[in-house]
Each structure stands twice: as structure tokens, then as C-alpha cells.
Design a protein around this ligand. Structure first.
Ligand code: F6R
Length: 609
């Protein structure tokens, strides 16, 4: 949930670390800090607030050195404050350490260490680790780290430096990501790739329960119990520009605009348009297995869960296989009934969401086959799954997920076609037609994006609202959920997504003249019914904002506001319909003065339960 960045090289470390932390700020932004080594001493600078505040502090009181570690925090244990900020230091100040994750047995460890004389300064769980390392330190930081980590339970990505061992950063991970970037004369550590891609594309992913000692020109990895590990670096193909705002005011806006390109990239190498053949390189599913499954369970959190819900509608209709969609955190602790005829599909942008990973472990332990749909190559989820399909969305940095969602939809759609073909539930002519419909989406999306100014104007009318309802039917329902989630997370307006037919069973009581009701009213099998739901809202004085298919007059007559999107089949329509809702949420948030890319209390990747 926090971000870690480290540098060791021949230049001043602080500018690299601050720059790296800025890229990681989406992971947490309630406090930040840095520790460097220079002339035989460790220097620490840290404070509550965003990286900008740390930068000011570092300008007032600079700290130097050619190696260091930094941290941006999203508080779990201990409120955001100067003293709870990382790095934490040992009693003698000779070891500094940053941590991402949760130490579950920290209270017990803290009590023991206090009895042994260690003095705690903060109320964090992290501080126990640095005291444990201090306790075991006998001139070898890596060894002390290994001994300390034998005693902790929970999850961690850790980086530490020590006054007696200049030129070394010692790191470890379990359940939280950590990447080492290698360049000719320097090395980096980071919680994710966008923060280092500017400096190098050669990276090593640390695996769970590994410890690494990083020197300027050398990296040495071993397991927690001391067995050496050999790992070749991976070359990352992301373009460094993709981690920059590229002239847009916010990452969220940039990422909304990147969607047509991201979908093109995601589908291009996977389909043959003429034969409707779909191919996924790392799926690792034999046709006979696809026929063997009698059930699919999708699991995910947040926006990814909404994409999974579209998957339920698609898979059941075209591949004729029963589907359930589970919130990962509920699934994993429910003693789910799962066997080898169950396919679990985990959906996640980051591939590091703790609940989703937990659901995968649970399903695997119960004999299910697991595939993941994920945006980050080499992420924990990808590595834990039997097969993986990567969405080629490129780095998603805005905390509110946008292009990850639409590329997930594209992948789930293609997977449905594949399953329908293999299970012989999808006639070839229909499969060809479905592929053609998908191929049209990027161009149609561009046409939706061309209406940005209209959506911005619309947001002017509604940015002072305090509530909003989003209604949809069929595949419009997950889009309603997603539209509502986008609005609440970036603008802090209370919003509910609801199946339109369910409205009359309760939420209809909320409707009055101040209630904007966004209705997904595109052409499709439930079109007449949605018109009826619009009437119900209007009869109670609500304000209807409709998303409708181009040329539709019926909806226009009934709705107060209308945004047209190009006509499409229902199966692909979520990819188009969500775009105006993303823009609507974005512009409302901007007008309300909200911090769009870093909404309060949120973090991009939720690596704690
Ligand atoms: C909403 C959002 C979150 C994530 C959720 C799962 O805009 O970004 O709801 O979708 O935290 O994250 P991933 O997809 O990384 O597992």
C-alpha cells in the first residue's frame, strides 16, 4: 500500500529518490521520507504530508549521499504523522528501514523488544523490524535481516541501509512487490516499474521470501533460509513516456484518452479477424480442459470486479457455462465449494491486490485451475496463477482505474469467444461477427472521446450535487456500478449503482428534484424496459441523464440530458458506455477542486487485507 524507492550509484541519491517517490505517490500519500548514507553516517528526513512537503523539507535541510532509500506511506498501523513516517531507525540510529505491508504479530514483538530495552519512537508495526534487525546485527546486515524476518508474520517489502555497511541496500519481500532495476553504474529498487522505467528497462522481480543485497554493480539474491538464487533480469517493454502525463492535466484524463490505443494493443496480436481465431500466449489451458470445466468463478475487487461482472453476462450467454462473480475477500474466507471442474478467473490491474491473491491461494488449495487477467507483467497474481492474460493497457497511474477496466473488458470478451468456440456453443458466423464488433470499438471510442466538451459542460450543471444514482440493466448494470464508483472515488459525491429494475424495491424513495439519475439506455434487449424505468424516475421528479445510442429519439424525449454513443451490440457496449461516465466523474471532481489522481484515503494498489 506504500511505495518504496531506493538508489545506489555515483550521483546524489536524493533527487532520484524524490523523483521515484513522486511516481509511486499513487500508492499512498499521507507521509514520506528518505534516508541516505554519507561520510560514515545515516541521515533521515521525513514528514507527514505529500512528497511536495518532503521536498520542501529537503530544500530547507538538504541531506547528501550516493545511496539511499525512500518511502511514501498509506497508513495502516499508526496515524499519519512525522514520527510514524518511514524510514524508521534503530535505537542507535545506525540502521534505517522502510516497509510496505503489515506485520501481524507486531504487538507481541514490540512487547518483547521493549522488555529487552529497545526504545520505540512510533506507533507503527514497521518499527519492530528495524529493532529486530538491530538486535541480530553482528556486522552483516543481510544476515540480521534474515534472522529478523524469521520472527515476523505478515506481508512485507523492505529496504534497509546500515551505517557500518556503506554501498549496500538490503531488501526483502513477502506478499508485497519489490523490483530491482539494473543499469551500468547504478541500481534502483522500486515498488513498481513506472518509477524506474525512465532509468532502466532491465529489472529483476524479487520473489516472496527472498532477500537481496544490492550494490552499485552487483545484486545477490538468496532465500530467507540462505540458499543462493540465480535470476536473469527481465526486459520491460513499457515506453518511459507512458509513465508521464504527456501534456494532460491529470493521469486520469490521459488514461481515459489512451483507451482506444490500449484496446487496439490488447486485441491486435490475439485475433485473426477472418477466421475468428483467438489466441492467448500464456493461458495454459488445453481445449479439453476448457470443455471439462462445469463452472467459472470470477474473483476481483473494485473496478476489476465490475469487469468480471460483465464476464458473467458474456460467458453464460455465449459459452453456456455457469458463472459466479465473487468479491475476493468474501470468497477466500467463506470455505468456498470449489473443485477441479472449477475455473477461477482472477481479474486485477495491479496483480498485487491482497484480497485477490488470497482468493487465488484459496481456490488453488481446493483444486481449482486458476487463470488471471492482469495488467502488470510479472506481478504476484500472474506468478501465482496457472495461466495469465495480460491487458496491454500500459502503466495505469491515476488511482481511479479507467483504461485497465476497458482492456479487461476486451480480454474477457475475447476469452468468451474462445470458450464459446471450444465448447461449440458459438457458431463460427457469430464468432466472426463478434470479433468484427470488437475491432470497431477503438474507433467508436474515439468518437465518444470527441464529445469530451459536452460532458464537461454537463458536469458544470451537476458538480454541486450531493448524491447520484446510476441505473442499468443487463451489461449496463456493471457499467452503472462502475460509473457510480468513479464518481464517488474522485469527487466524493455519494453515488449508487443499481440494477434499474431493482430501483422500485427501495432506492426509488431517494428520488426527488435534486437527484441526478444516470441511466444506461442504449439499444438492446432490455431497451423498452429501461424506457419504463426512465418514466418511473421522471414521475418522481428526478433528473435523468441518459447514455443512449446515436440517433435515438425516444430517450431524448424523456431524458433531461443525453449523451449519445455510437450504436453497438450489447456485448461490446460497456466499453463505450463507460467512457462518458469516466469523463463525467473526472470533470465533476476537477470542478470540485478534488485531487483527481490521488483521491483522499485511497491507494492504487491495495496490498493489505
Ligand atoms: C477503482 C479502483 C479500485 C481497484 C481495486 C482493485 O477505480 O481502482 O477499485 O479496481 O482496488 O485493484 P486491482 O485491479 O489492481 O486488483
Amino acid at each position: 500500500m506504500c511505495g518504496i524507492f531506493g538508489y545506489i550509484g555515483k550521483s546524489e541519491a536524493v533527487p532520484f529518490i524524490v523523483e521515484g517517490l513522486k511516481k509511486l505517490e499513487y500508492r499512498g500519500y499521507d507521509s514520506a521520507g528518505v534516508a541516505t548514507y554519507e561520510h560514515g553516517r545515516i541521515f533521515v528526513s521525513k514528514c507527514e504530508g505529500k512528497i511536495a512537503e518532503l521536498e520542501e523539507l529537503l530544500t530547507d535541510k538538504p541531506i547528501g549521499g550516493e545511496m539511499g532509500i525512500g518511502h511514501t506511506r498509506w497508513a495502516t498501523h499508526g496515524s499519519p504523522s512525522d514520527v510514524n513516517s518511514h524510514p524508521h531507525t534503530s535505537c542507535d540510529g545506525k540502521i534505517a528501514l522502510v516497509h510496505n505491508g503489515i506485520i501481524e504479530n507486531y504487538l507481541e514483538l514490540r512487547r518483547k523488544l521493549s522488555e529487552e530495552g529497545h526504545k520505540f519512537k512510533s506507533t507503527t508495526d514497521t518499527e519492530v523490524i528495524v529493532h529486530l534487525v538491530e538486535k541480530y546485527y553482528k556486522g552483516d546486515l543481510e544476515k540480521a535481516m534474515r534472522q529478523a524476518l524469521q520472527e515476523v508474520t505478515g506481508s512485507y517489502a523492505i529496504a534497509a541501509i546500515c551505517e557500518q555497511e556503506p554501498g549496500k541496500i538490503v531488501c526483502a519481500r513477502k506478499g508485497s512487490p519489490l523490483i530491482v532495476g539494473l543499469s551500468d553504474n547504478e541500481a534502483f529498487i522500486s515498488s513498481d516499474i513506472p518509477a524506474i522505467i525512465k532509468y532502466t528497462s532491465k529489472v529483476i522481480y524479487l520473489e516472496d521470501e527472498e532477500v537481496a543485497t544490492i550494490q552499485r554493480k552487483k545484486i545477490q539474491i538468496s532465500t530467507l533460509d540462505g540458499k543462493p538464487v540465480k535470476r536473469k533480469p527481465t526486459l520491460i517493454s513499457w515506453d518511459p513516456e507512458s509513465a508521464e502525463k504527456g501534456g494532460y492535466a491529470h493521469f486520469m484524463l490521459k488514461e481515459i484518452h489512451e483507451q482506444p490505443g490500449a484496446i487496439r494493443k490488447t486485441i491486435a496480436h490475439r485475433v485473426n479477424v477472418d477466421s475468428a481465431k483467438v489466441h492467448f500466449d500464456e493461458l495454459n489451458l488445453e481445449p479439453k480442459e476448457i470443455r471439462h470445466f462445469n463452472r467459472i468463478i470470477f474473483t476481483a475487487c473494485g473496478t476489476s470486479w465490475h469487469a468480471a461482472l460483465v464476464g458473467e453476462y458474456l460467458m453464460e450467454r455465449y459459452a453456456k457455462i455457469p458463472v459466479e462473480v465473487e468479491y475476493a475477500a468474501e470468497f477466500r474466507y467463506r470455505e468456498p465449494i470449489v473443485d477441479d471442474k472449477t475455473l477461477l478467473i482472477a481479474v486485477s490491474q495491479s496483480g498485487e491486490t491482497a484480497d485477490t491473491l488470497g482468493a487465488v491461494w484459496e481456490a488453488k488449495a481446493r483444486g481449482a485451475k486458476v487463470i488471471s487477467i492482469c495488467n502488470v507483467v510479472g506481478s504476484s497474481l500472474a506468478r501465482e496463477s496457472h495461466g495469465v492474460i495480460y491487458t496491454d493497457a500500459g502503466p495505469e497511474i491515476g488511482v481511479a482505474s479507467t483504461k485497465a477496466f476497458t482492456t479487461q473488458l476486451a480480454v474477457i470478451y475475447l476469452l468468451t469467444v474462445l470458450f464459446g468456440q471450444v465448447r461449440k456453443t458459438l457458431p463460427q458466423a457469430k464468432a466472426i461477427q463478434m470479433i468484427n464488433n470488437l475491432m470497431e470499438i477503438p474507433d467508436k471510442m474515439e468518437r465518444v472521446l470527441a464529445k469530451e466538451a459536452d460532458v464537461e459542460k454537463l458536469s458544470e450543471k451537476f458538480y454541486n450535487s450531493t448524491n447520484a444514482l446510476y441505473l442499468g440493466r443487463g451489461k449496463g448494470f456493471p457499467v452503472a456500478l462502475e460509473g457510480a464508483l468513479k464518481l464517488k472515488e474522485v469527487s466524493y459525491i455519494h453515488a449508487e449503482g443499481y440494477p434499474a429494475a431493482e430501483m422500485k424495491h427501495g432506492p426509488i424513495a431517494l428520488i426527488d428534484k435534486n437527484m441526478p439519475v444516470v441511466v444506461l439506455a442504449m439499444h438492446g434487449r432490455r431497451y423498452d424496459k429501461i424506457l419504463g424505468n426512465i418514466e418511473e424516475v421522471k414521475a418522481r421528479g428526478g433528473i435523468v441523464i441518459a447514455i443512449a445510442s446515436e440517433g435515438d429519439q425516444m430517450v431524448k424525449e424523456k431524458a433531461d440530458e443525453i449523451i449519445y454513443i455510437p450504436a453497438s451490440t450489447e456485448a461490446v457496449s460497456p466499453m463505450l458506455a463507460v467512457v462518458p461516465l469516466q469523463l463525467f466523474a473526472y470533470y465533476i471532481a476537477v470542478k470540485r477542486g478534488c485531487h483527481v489522481d490521488q483521491p483522499r484515503n485511497l491507494a492504487k494498489s491495495v496490498t493489505v487485507e
